[in-house]
Design a binder for this molecule. Structure first.
Ligand code: TYD
Length: 214
């Protein structure tokens, strides 16, 4: 089963993924936890280029392709083999981040992006996606309090508002895959909601499986 976490900066995805991985491991699932951009040695080098605030000259096409390059490596090297051997993958951001940030945020052509994403992933889609939804101002202030502001965080508020609306639109378009959660809830409560929803899904669907677009 392939599970992804999406949401704006500071929505607490990482905080939720860690205890969920332990929860699933305790129940006997083989869990791979990873993140984008990065997750592999090659991907982490691409991540460094993408998030480096000194790279102000980066062209938008370059940025899109670098995200896909990191994703292609992660899918083939880690995600697909783990799914094929029956494991569960928890991924901090995946293709929906490209649609939300590069598509809605930068207002680039969504259909073109979908094609590039399909090329990069070989059509691998998550079975379940949790959106940790959060008001834009609240998210960014959480990040700047951490002192952890990256190149993309530094864009203007309107950009981040479009990203949030983009996520909500993607979730509305595919309600069977997305679960929208309130990221302002206390982390423990959020975690128990995630665990409950996930266990229900696993029960409904029998053994964890993966879905793929032909
Ligand atoms: P990161 O520090 O991992 O942020 P977060 O903790 O919020 O996940 O930085 C990843 C940044 O890259 C984040 O601002 C979202 C952005 N991003 C895209 O713009 N497109 C993408 O396809 C991906 C995967 C991430």
């Amino acid at each position: 089963m392939f599970i992804t976490f999406e949401g704006p900066e500071g929505s607490g995805k990482t905080t939720q993924i860690k205890p969920l991985a332990s929860f699933l491991s305790r129940r006997g699932y083989r869990v791979l936890t990873t993140r984008e951009p990065g997750g592999t040695q090659i991907g982490d080098q691409i991540r460094e280029i993408l998030l480096n605030r000194a790279n102000t000259a980066m062209e938008w096409r370059t940025e899109i392709l670098l995200f896909q390059a990191s994703r292609a490596q992660l899918v083939e090297q880690l995600i697909r083999p783990h799914l094929e051997s029956g494991g569960v993958v928890l991924c901090d951001r995946y293709a929906d981040s490209t649609l939300a940030y590069q598509g809605y945020g930068y207002q680039r052509d969504l259909e073109a992006l979908r094609k590039i994403i399909h090329f990069a992933t070989g059509g691998l889609q998550p079975d379940l996606t949790f959106l940790l939804d959060l008001d834009v101002e609240a998210g960014l202030s959480r990040r700047s309090n951490d002192g952890d502001v990256n190149r993309l965080d530094a864009y203007e508020l309107a950009f981040h508002r479009r990203v949030r609306q983009g996520y909500l639109e993607l979730a509305r378009a595919e309600p069977q895959r997305w679960v929208v959660l309130d990221a302002t809830l206390p982390p423990d409560l959020l975690q128990s909601q995630i665990q409950q929803i996930l266990m229900e899904r696993i029960k409904q669907g029998g053994e964890p499986t993966r879905s793929e677009i032909p």
